[in-house]
Design a protein around this ligand. Sequence first.
Ligand code: URA
Length: 221
Amino acid sequence: MHRLYSALQLKKLLIQKALGETYTQPLPTLQEKSTALPTSLDKLKELCNNCYLCELSKSRKKVVFGKGNPKSDILFIGEAPGATEDSVGEPFVGRAGELLTKMIENVLNRPRSSVYLSNIVKCRPPNNRAPTPKEALTCRPYIFQEIEIIKPKLIVALGATAFNYLTNDTTPISKARGHFFTHNDIKVIPTFHPSYLLRNPSAKKEAYSDMLKVKNFLAQQ
Ligand code: URA
């Protein structure tokens, strides 16, 4: 591909020279032609907003890009937007988001605005079904690049989907939760998804203990 592009570039230059041109605008390089990865959240968001690579782009109302403090030491990653997020265009603004906010404020003792929140998949799967592997794998490069830009000290993977796609580890969430894993040298701690906690309030004590581990980890940085 690079070779073909260079040959075409050279051919174009030779034609221009043959036509008597002495000056041309620099030709766009292959990188400028969109293969470069966005290195700012704004550029990455724009790319997501214009993404039609999977079926979810047909049914979404809004693309739900991450939101929060771009310099945060902690990044919370969920599964995919729900109905409220799809309408508003922001992550974790429904009931699960309310619970997550309480966990951040009451256990970590910090405002929600001090952290960054995102999802593995940026568009809502219809009827709140789990994203298919094809959808998750198509979308995953976006969260990987979001992580690269934010460079958090710790990622909290909310639920099995976030944990599995971030770490490629298939340990069930009930076993993996509260333990430290890694994604590209960044520590990942899985815990239960707040939607699961809403359906299973008895699991909140485990989630509380996971959040205490998060708090201790951050205090040591
Ligand atoms: N559940 C998620 O996983 N993410 C959201 O943004 C909202 C609910």
